[in-house]
Ligand binder design. Structure first.
Ligand code: G1P
Ligand code: ZN
Length: 543
């Protein structure tokens, strides 16, 4: 076993985004690319000598090869121990939990989340810190700086390490502990939720389908839902994780989880449907005939979390990303708890969770979570819904209707324009930036602007500021539109337009969302000139 120091070139321009670094798989597979990035992470966090790290990924194409490189580099860089999920597999929330439970110096998660997997698709790598959450901006800045100055990396030359069997082995002076990916996570879920009550719900004839989308949550969902909670065999579908996710797009929303949606809207719908994404941090919740938007889900969970043992004392507060609808704020205000509006990306929730100021967090992009880990957590959200349903014994649809009657309904939709030329997208945002300076009070179509600004976040815990987090324009009638460019796309720019309309009249709460949002959709186009600037007559994805 030989320790090598390999001279290399910096990989300038590789700035980790809100979810680590995501690139085409072939980029990561290119000569020295992965190695350089891993060394930049190690250097950026101040070295890993003597450190314990967690390593695992969503099992996508190249996951297995990348883990071999990471282990050999961790050993060459002097790490004391690496905890690895068997076969290199760990869902993102399970990795977050292992980092916290074992009080490690952090971990490396191999995933491009909901992006397709395969040699011609996407791969990703991110570093999570000792709190189990995505690295804070000052850390990713240091990693980025290291990518630009790096001249060498360290790696051990050796045979492949066997990661398919549970147990501990050594690689030079470093220990490698292979753990079952599910065990610790399932135990945590049993602590948080009333498994007895959920089991009784299933015993009473309650039916469910969970679509694992051929991604990482298959084994987790099978163990927890079918083995421990007594859901019928076959409740979990697409349960075997595949390197290319069965050629699918493992993003749990009505578009990509269409089979599940069709089932839930059809005559043979079970009581409850749910899905999770590539790495297990996103969730989709759908009742019989009733899709629950992620923004509404966060609001419903905030209002009802006390029905689950972990949250029975109530919540410290609830945090949502800025583009997420204000539905959760309305609940928080009614309950007299704090609510926070943070920039997009889970890392901004970390400080609030660490400081005990928020207990639940959520994003409109199907991410929901709590202070049990420092990532959003797909199965956790499903289990909290099940726990609530087990206590209430009413349908998802009835829960929504009652919720809206109490708090109002925030109609919500996101329109995405994908692979737009970067110049056109930046031009559109620049023009909005200039325009918003004197928008307040102006009328746009049938709406009147109440407030317009570019969101800048002052972190109430550490006092740091994050500017340029999206343009928000709210109207006097309770409507709002937000414009921002995606930070996770791998091709050109993706323009996201987030649309919202508060409705307080119970007679108007069952409209088609696109119809209810029509005036604000029109105002968004008028304000930003979307069609003119991007050449797109309609969004690529409406969710
Ligand atoms: C997207 C979502 C965002 C989420 C991120 C990582 O980022 O919009 O809410 O945190 O993926 O899952 P975006 O592409 O919008 O930058
Ligand atoms: Zn994900």
């Amino acid at each position: 076993m030989e320790k090598l120091t390999i001279s290399t070139q910096p990989i300038a321009g590789q700035k980790p985004g809100t979810s680590g670094l995501r690139k085409k798989t072939k980029v990561f597979m290119g000569p020295h690319f992965l190695e350089n990035y891993v060394q930049a992470i190690f250097d950026g966090i101040g070295g890993v000598a003597g450190a314990v790290l967690v390593v695992g990924g969503d099992g996508r194409y190249f996951n297995d090869r990348a883990i071999q490189v990471i282990l050999r580099m961790a050993a060459a860089n002097g790490a004391a121990k690496v905890i690895v999920g068997k076969d290199g597999v760990l869902s993102t929330p399970a990795a977050s939990h292992l980092i916290r439970k074992n009080k490690t110096e952090g971990g490396l998660i191999l995933s491009a989340s909901h992006n397709p997997g395969g040699i011609d698709a996407d791969f990703g790598l991110k570093y999570n810190g000792p709190n189990g959450g995505p690295a804070a901006e000052n850390v990713t800045d240091k990693i980025y700086a290291a990518t630009q100055t790096l001249t060498e990396y360290r790696i051990i030359e050796c045979m492949d390490i066997v990661i398919g069997a549970i147990g501990t082995q050594s690689l030079g002076a470093m220990a490698i502990e292979i753990v079952d990916p599910v065990t610790d996570y399932a135990a945590l879920m049993e602590e948080l939720f009333d498994f007895g009550a959920i089991r009784a719900l299933f015993d009473s004839g309650f039916t469910m389908r969970f679509d694992a989308m051929h991604a990482v949550t298959g084994p987790y969902a099978k163990e927890i839902l079918e083995n421990r909670l007594g859901a019928a065999a076959g409740t979990v579908v697409n349960a075997v994780p595949l390197p290319d996710f069965g050629n699918g797009h493992p993003d749990p929303n009505p578009i990509w989880a269409k089979d599940l949606m069709d089932l839930m809207m059809g005559p043979d719908a079970p009581d409850f449907g749910a899905a999770s994404d590539g790495d297990g941090d996103r969730n989709m919740i759908v009742g019989r005939g009733a899709y629950v938007t992620p923004s509404d889900s966060l609001a419903v969970l905030t209002a009802n979390a006390h029905l689950a043992p972990a949250y029975k004392k109530g919540l410290a507060g609830v945090a949502r990303s800025m583009p997420t609808s204000a539905a959760a704020d309305r609940v928080a205000e009614a309950m007299g708890i704090a609510h926070f509006e943070t920039p997009t990306g889970w890392k901004f929730f970390g400080n609030l969770l660490d400081a005990g100021r928020a207990t639940l967090c959520g994003e409109e992009s199907a991410g929901t979570g709590s202070d049990h880990v420092r990532e959003k957590d797909g199965l956790w959200a499903v289990l909290l819904w099940l726990n609530i349903l087990a206590e209430k014994r009413i349908s998802v649809s009835d829960i929504l209707t009652a919720h809206w009657a109490t708090y109002g309904r925030n109609y919500y939709s996101r329109h995405d324009y994908e692979a737009v030329a970067s110049d056109a997208a930046n031009g559109l945002m620049d023009a909005l930036r200039t325009a918003l300076l004197d928008l307040a009070g102006k009328s746009v179509g049938e709406l009147t602007v109440a407030m317009a600004d570019e969101f800048s976040y002052l972190d109430p815990v550490d006092g740091s500021t994050s500017a340029g987090q999206g343009i928000r324009i709210s109207f006097t009638n309770g409507a709002r539109v937000v414009f921002r460019l995606s930070g996770t796309g791998t091709e050109g720019a993706t323009l996201r337009v987030y649309l919202e309309q508060l409705e307080l009249d119970p007679a108007q709460m069952n409209r088609d969302p696109q119809e209810a949002l029509a005036p604000v959709i029109a105002a968004a186009d008028e304000l930003a000139g979307i069609t003119t600037r991007t050449g797109r007559a309609a969004p690529d994805v409406i969710s």
